[in-house]
Design a protein. Structure first.
Length: 146
């Protein structure tokens, strides 16, 4: 009995770092709209769902990003982020910088909004977001910055 196994490969060149994170945020929003009450394990990012539920600020429709990635690609981005946040080898400052980048790109928040949430100035958040991009590009050589 031969079972055909389809293996998928990830094309990281499709987007840059910001693009992947924005697409992941759009994917999370799309999944939430399709079936936000699905239990864990059915490709629903529960953390993102809770963040969106807690955030009651109105969203500008001009900021809408169309989801152009598959479930497989979204899982790969999620695994990459999860690996950073759960790693013992990544120091706190790098995780904090990546968290600021995630709030900015995945959660689609402005630098000012991230500054308010993290009790920093907008300039500090801008520096943290830039540092996170360089960290990701350095740690994962398959990600591109521009």
């Amino acid at each position: 009995m031969n079972a055909a196994v389809k293996t998928q490969t990830m094309n990281w060149a499709k987007f840059n770092i910001d693009g992947w994170l924005e697409q992941f945020g759009a994917w999370c929003e799309t999944v939430r709209m399709k079936g936000g009450s699905l239990p864990d394990g059915l490709h629903v990012n529960q953390i993102y769902w809770m963040i969106q539920e807690a955030d009651k600020a109105p969203r500008n429709s001009k900021l809408y990003i169309k989801c152009e990635i598959s479930d497989f690609e979204a899982d790969q981005v999620q695994d990459l982020l999860r690996g950073i946040f759960k790693s013992n080898e990544v120091d706190y400052q790098a995780k904090y910088a990546v968290m600021c980048l995630v709030k900015n790109k995945v959660e689609n928040r402005s630098l000012s909004a991230v500054a308010t949430l993290t009790n920093q100035s907008k300039g500090q958040v801008n520096i943290m977001v830039g540092c996170a991009r360089f960290f990701l590009a350095g740690k994962f050589n398959f990600l591109k910055m521009v």
